[in-house]
Design a protein around this ligand. Structure first.
Ligand code: FES
Length: 197
Protein backbone atom coordinates (compact mmCIF):
# COMPACT_ATOMS: atom_id res chain seq x y z
CA UNK A 1 0.00 0.00 0.00
CA UNK A 2 1.52 3.34 -1.06
CA UNK A 3 2.36 5.85 1.65
CA UNK A 4 0.52 9.11 2.05
CA UNK A 5 1.10 11.68 -0.70
CA UNK A 6 0.20 14.64 1.48
CA UNK A 7 2.68 17.46 1.08
CA UNK A 8 3.11 20.49 3.27
CA UNK A 9 5.77 23.12 3.65
CA UNK A 10 5.55 22.55 7.38
CA UNK A 11 7.37 19.64 8.95
CA UNK A 12 5.14 17.67 11.31
CA UNK A 13 5.96 18.72 14.84
CA UNK A 14 6.44 16.20 17.59
CA UNK A 15 5.40 17.21 21.08
CA UNK A 16 8.21 17.68 23.58
CA UNK A 17 8.38 15.27 26.47
CA UNK A 18 6.63 16.82 29.41
CA UNK A 19 3.71 16.43 31.70
CA UNK A 20 0.82 14.80 29.88
CA UNK A 21 -1.57 16.91 31.94
CA UNK A 22 0.21 20.11 30.88
CA UNK A 23 0.15 19.15 27.22
CA UNK A 24 -3.51 18.15 27.39
CA UNK A 25 -4.48 21.40 29.12
CA UNK A 26 -2.55 23.51 26.63
CA UNK A 27 -4.25 21.68 23.78
CA UNK A 28 -7.63 22.48 25.30
CA UNK A 29 -6.72 26.14 25.78
CA UNK A 30 -5.72 26.71 22.16
CA UNK A 31 -8.21 24.42 20.44
CA UNK A 32 -10.29 26.28 17.90
CA UNK A 33 -8.08 29.35 17.67
CA UNK A 34 -7.53 30.62 14.15
CA UNK A 35 -4.03 30.71 12.68
CA UNK A 36 -3.64 34.47 12.79
CA UNK A 37 -1.66 36.93 14.89
CA UNK A 38 -4.59 38.07 17.01
CA UNK A 39 -5.45 34.55 18.06
CA UNK A 40 -1.79 33.77 18.74
CA UNK A 41 -1.77 36.53 21.35
CA UNK A 42 -4.97 35.09 22.76
CA UNK A 43 -3.21 31.72 23.04
CA UNK A 44 -0.24 33.24 24.90
CA UNK A 45 -2.63 35.04 27.24
CA UNK A 46 -4.69 31.94 27.99
CA UNK A 47 -1.65 29.76 28.63
CA UNK A 48 0.11 32.32 30.81
CA UNK A 49 -3.08 32.95 32.75
CA UNK A 50 -3.34 29.21 33.44
CA UNK A 51 0.28 28.39 34.23
CA UNK A 52 1.85 31.74 35.13
CA UNK A 53 4.11 31.45 32.07
CA UNK A 54 4.22 29.76 28.67
CA UNK A 55 5.83 26.35 29.28
CA UNK A 56 8.23 24.97 26.71
CA UNK A 57 5.82 22.13 26.06
CA UNK A 58 3.49 24.71 24.53
CA UNK A 59 5.85 25.72 21.72
CA UNK A 60 5.33 22.70 19.40
CA UNK A 61 1.60 22.72 20.08
CA UNK A 62 1.38 26.41 19.24
CA UNK A 63 3.42 25.88 16.09
CA UNK A 64 1.01 23.20 14.96
CA UNK A 65 -2.07 25.26 15.78
CA UNK A 66 -0.76 28.38 14.06
CA UNK A 67 0.81 26.54 11.10
CA UNK A 68 4.28 27.86 11.62
CA UNK A 69 7.57 26.72 13.09
CA UNK A 70 8.60 26.43 16.74
CA UNK A 71 11.33 29.00 16.04
CA UNK A 72 8.74 31.50 14.80
CA UNK A 73 6.59 30.92 17.89
CA UNK A 74 9.58 31.36 20.17
CA UNK A 75 10.61 34.54 18.34
CA UNK A 76 7.12 35.96 18.71
CA UNK A 77 7.07 35.17 22.41
CA UNK A 78 10.43 36.89 22.85
CA UNK A 79 9.04 40.00 21.13
CA UNK A 80 6.42 40.51 23.83
CA UNK A 81 8.02 41.39 27.15
CA UNK A 82 4.78 40.56 28.96
CA UNK A 83 4.99 36.91 27.90
CA UNK A 84 7.19 34.77 30.15
CA UNK A 85 8.80 31.44 29.28
CA UNK A 86 9.93 30.70 32.83
CA UNK A 87 7.85 30.37 35.98
CA UNK A 88 7.56 33.74 37.70
CA UNK A 89 9.66 34.41 40.78
CA UNK A 90 7.92 34.58 44.15
CA UNK A 91 8.71 38.31 44.21
CA UNK A 92 9.25 40.16 40.95
CA UNK A 93 10.40 43.75 40.63
CA UNK A 94 9.31 45.32 37.36
CA UNK A 95 11.71 47.96 36.05
CA UNK A 96 10.37 50.54 33.61
CA UNK A 97 12.50 50.91 30.48
CA UNK A 98 10.56 53.87 29.10
CA UNK A 99 12.13 57.15 27.97
CA UNK A 100 11.09 59.31 30.92
CA UNK A 101 12.50 56.80 33.38
CA UNK A 102 15.72 56.50 31.36
CA UNK A 103 16.12 60.28 31.27
CA UNK A 104 15.79 60.35 35.06
CA UNK A 105 18.44 57.77 35.74
CA UNK A 106 16.68 54.42 35.60
CA UNK A 107 19.76 52.69 34.17
CA UNK A 108 21.53 53.16 37.50
CA UNK A 109 18.40 51.97 39.31
CA UNK A 110 18.55 48.84 37.19
CA UNK A 111 22.22 48.25 37.99
CA UNK A 112 21.53 48.64 41.69
CA UNK A 113 18.61 46.20 41.62
CA UNK A 114 20.56 43.61 39.62
CA UNK A 115 23.52 43.86 41.99
CA UNK A 116 21.59 43.70 45.26
CA UNK A 117 19.00 41.12 44.20
CA UNK A 118 21.68 39.07 42.45
CA UNK A 119 19.84 38.43 39.21
CA UNK A 120 19.94 39.87 35.68
CA UNK A 121 17.10 41.75 34.04
CA UNK A 122 14.39 39.30 32.93
CA UNK A 123 15.97 36.65 35.09
CA UNK A 124 15.32 35.08 38.47
CA UNK A 125 17.57 34.04 41.31
CA UNK A 126 18.37 30.36 41.77
CA UNK A 127 15.34 28.84 43.45
CA UNK A 128 13.05 31.51 42.03
CA UNK A 129 12.78 33.70 45.12
CA UNK A 130 13.38 37.04 43.35
CA UNK A 131 13.09 38.22 39.79
CA UNK A 132 13.59 41.33 37.71
CA UNK A 133 11.46 42.09 34.70
CA UNK A 134 11.74 44.80 32.08
CA UNK A 135 8.43 46.52 31.38
CA UNK A 136 7.35 49.33 29.10
CA UNK A 137 6.04 52.75 30.02
CA UNK A 138 2.40 52.61 31.04
CA UNK A 139 1.89 56.35 31.34
CA UNK A 140 2.83 56.84 34.98
CA UNK A 141 5.86 58.93 34.01
CA UNK A 142 5.22 61.48 36.78
CA UNK A 143 6.72 58.81 39.08
CA UNK A 144 9.86 58.31 36.95
CA UNK A 145 12.19 56.64 37.56
CA UNK A 146 9.97 53.93 38.96
CA UNK A 147 9.61 50.25 39.58
CA UNK A 148 6.46 48.22 40.12
CA UNK A 149 6.26 45.73 42.92
CA UNK A 150 3.21 43.52 43.40
CA UNK A 151 0.93 46.04 41.77
CA UNK A 152 2.39 49.08 43.54
CA UNK A 153 4.24 51.90 41.82
CA UNK A 154 7.38 53.00 43.63
CA UNK A 155 8.98 56.25 42.53
CA UNK A 156 10.57 58.60 41.94
CA UNK A 157 13.45 56.43 43.11
CA UNK A 158 17.02 57.41 43.82
CA UNK A 159 19.76 54.81 43.56
CA UNK A 160 20.13 54.67 47.33
CA UNK A 161 16.38 54.10 47.68
CA UNK A 162 16.53 51.34 45.08
CA UNK A 163 19.32 49.66 47.06
CA UNK A 164 17.28 50.02 50.25
CA UNK A 165 14.22 48.60 48.50
CA UNK A 166 16.14 45.60 47.14
CA UNK A 167 17.68 44.90 50.54
CA UNK A 168 14.23 45.06 52.11
CA UNK A 169 12.88 42.58 49.54
CA UNK A 170 15.81 40.25 50.24
CA UNK A 171 15.16 40.55 53.93
CA UNK A 172 18.53 42.15 54.71
CA UNK A 173 16.75 45.13 56.20
CA UNK A 174 13.21 44.59 57.39
CA UNK A 175 12.42 48.27 57.20
CA UNK A 176 13.88 48.90 53.77
CA UNK A 177 10.80 48.49 51.63
CA UNK A 178 8.60 50.34 54.07
CA UNK A 179 10.98 53.26 54.10
CA UNK A 180 10.60 53.73 50.35
CA UNK A 181 6.98 52.79 49.74
CA UNK A 182 5.85 54.95 52.63
CA UNK A 183 6.73 58.12 50.76
CA UNK A 184 4.20 59.99 48.71
CA UNK A 185 5.03 60.18 44.99
CA UNK A 186 6.42 63.54 43.93
CA UNK A 187 4.71 65.50 41.14
CA UNK A 188 6.10 65.73 37.64
CA UNK A 189 9.66 67.01 37.69
CA UNK A 190 9.88 66.58 41.44
CA UNK A 191 12.04 63.48 41.32
CA UNK A 192 15.60 63.58 42.44
CA UNK A 193 17.97 62.77 39.62
CA UNK A 194 19.62 59.46 40.47
CA UNK A 195 23.37 59.45 40.21
CA UNK A 196 25.62 56.42 40.35
CA UNK A 197 26.81 55.93 43.88
S1 FES B 1 8.84 56.07 31.08
FE1 FES B 1 8.66 54.96 32.93
S2 FES B 1 6.56 55.25 33.44
FE2 FES B 1 6.74 56.34 31.57
Amino acid sequence: MPGPTHSSRFTPIQPLPGSADVITRIGELIAGLRPDAADMLTAFHRIQHQFGYVPREAIPLLAGQFRTTPAAIYGTIQFYSEVRTEPPAKTTVEWCSGPACLLKGSTNIRRALEAVLGCPMNGTTAGGAFGLRLVQCDGTCHLAPLVRLEGRYIGPLTVSEAIELARGIRGDDAGGEEAVTGEQPAPVGGGEAAGLE
